[in-house]
Design a protein around this ligand. Structure first.
Ligand SMILES: Nc1nc2c(ncn2[C@@H]2O[C@H](COP(=O)(O)OP(=O)(O)OP(=O)(O)O)[C@@H](O)[C@H]2O)c(=O)[nH]1
Ligand SMILES: [Mg+2]
Length: 434
């Protein structure tokens, strides 16, 4: 298990604040904002909302509300106000002036969490690009009160902020930042090319691919590990990290799963989603999410024990659509059923949804069966007669196909097996349909 190395000496009190336009999931996005804040080591001391049909262009909140927030911050000893949306640079600056404490928007908060969690070079680069793109238009504004920035909000390129004064210095900073963004993008593109090659090599046997997707902390990594522990080949069983925290996984891991029937597929685990995931971040993580895009089957893991699970599902579906993932067959996994009272599991709901617990062997078995049924639904069963002289064909079948029967006859080995279209073509000349 990887140790958290982000532990500020002092915790910062924060107030979370949002504008509701009476959208149905508003309460939920505020709860989530508080969770995101907690994940960033803020202590949330209050939650404030304003009902409004639209935001005020200059200050986001109305002036009265902003002043109220300032008073509340002093009353509650909060050093930061966290806003439930991405603010424009000028809204951020104006609000800070009125409120008198640091203002952090939802985007900054999520970027900070990703910054803390990123381990691999690719994840770090992806997060840094998103952070720099966020910081670029805010360079001047954030500079105005740079000295007041608290440590907890420093990930947005504060180190690159303009410390000098005057237009020239600012221009210089901007140029330096822009240059760094394009260099990082180039690095990422080069890596993506390598990754493509690697993934092609990994899948030279054209195994079907299955991708875990879903909300952060839903149990994707735990499901991956459960399947690995039951079905992975020796040496392929290296577990991924599972942890009770938001965005534990930022990289994509791919493992081979070998089913008892002899069939195999590649399973990938990747970064989770959250509502209003900043588009810059989604953009940056396109390479990481490519596995899901190219998958034959998606496993949409849902935290079925969370009262907001339906909101979370909607967010996941919207994010997938955003990334351009449409029409991939999907199994919905209602996970953590063990935490729900009076819930029976494993149990199917219709033919593509499974009430499940990643900590339960029978659930994992059932999931494996379901995946197998979905992936290989298009297969046909044929009987082949292979002469003894073609022993390598028998080996191929034994290694790659699901076999229903084997019989040794005078003319050769008679095997009944399931094949997909390609395999059917390859084996056509051995067909023995008497
Ligand atoms: N009780 C219970 N806990 C579970 C189950 N599945 C996962 N968990 C726990 O939920 C937490 C999150 O699990 P992960 O597998 O790390 O979640 P994830 O979807 O990979 O999350 P991210 O990588 O952050 O997106 C961990 O503490 C798991 O032990 C389950 O079926 N039952
Ligand atoms: Mg994970």
């Amino acid at each position: 298990m990887i140790k958290e190395d982000f532990m500020p000496e002092t915790q910062t009190n924060a107030i979370v604040a949002g504008i509701t336009r009476r959208q149905p999931n508003f309460d939920y996005t505020m709860t989530e904002l508080a969770n995101l804040a907690a994940a960033n080591n803020y202590v949330v001391v209050d939650s404030v909302r304003q009902n409004a049909d639209q935001v005020v262009a200059a200050t986001y909140f109305g002036k009265g509300k902003a002043e109220e927030l300032g008073e509340l911050a002093r009353l509650k000893d909060a050093q930061t106000v966290i806003v439930n949306d991405e603010l424009t640079p000028s809204q951020l600056r104006n609000l800070e002036k009125i409120i008198g404490v640091d203002v952090v928007d939802r985007t900054q908060l999520i970027l900070d969490i990703f910054g803390t969690r990123a381990r691999s070079k690719q994840a770090k680069t992806q997060v840094e690009i998103a952070q720099l793109r966020y910081a670029l238009p805010r360079l001047r504004q954030r500079n105005a009160n740079f000295d007041q920035q608290s440590a907890g909000t420093g990930a947005g390129g504060a180190g690159l902020a303009n410390r000098g004064s005057g237009e020239t210095q600012l221009e210089l900073d901007r140029r330096r930042l822009t240059k760094r963004i394009s260099r990082l993008k180039q690095e990422l593109a080069d890596e993506a090319k390598d990754e493509e090659t690697r993934s092609a090599q990994r899948n030279e046997s054209h195994l079907p691919t299955v991708a875990l997707v879903g909300y952060t902390n839903a149990g994707k990594s735990t499901t991956m590990n459960g399947l690995l522990n039951l079905f992975a080949e020796q040496g392929e069983a290296k577990n991924v990290e599972e942890k009770d925290m938001l965005f534990a996984t930022l990289d994509t891991s791919v493992r081979k799963i070998e089913l008892p029937s002899n069939r195999a597929f590649l399973l990938s685990d990747t970064v989770g989603f959250v509502s209003k995931l900043p588009t810059k971040l989604v953009d940056s993580f396109k390479a990481t999410l490519a596995e899901a895009k190219n998958a034959d089957l998606l496993l949409h893991v849902v935290d079925y024990a969370d009262p907001h699970y339906q909101d979370m599902m909607a967010v996941t579906e919207a994010t997938l659509a955003d990334i351009g993932i449409h029409d991939v067959p999907t199994i919905i996994i209602d996970n953590k059923a063990d935490l729900r009272p009076d819930t029976t599991y494993p149990e199917m709901v219709g033919d593509s949804e499974l009430i499940f617990s990643a900590r339960d062997q029978r659930s994992l078995q059932k999931l494996a069966e379901l995946i197998e049924a979905k992936l290989f639904a298009h297969e046909e069963t044929h009987t082949y007669l292979i002469p003894f002289s073609d022993g390598q064909v028998v080996s191929y079948i034994n290694d790659h196909l699901k076999i229903d029967a084997t019989e040794y006859t005078d003319a050769g080995t008679r095997i009944t097996a399931s094949v997909d279209a390609t395999q059917a073509g390859r084996l056509a000349r051995y067909l023995d349909e008497d």
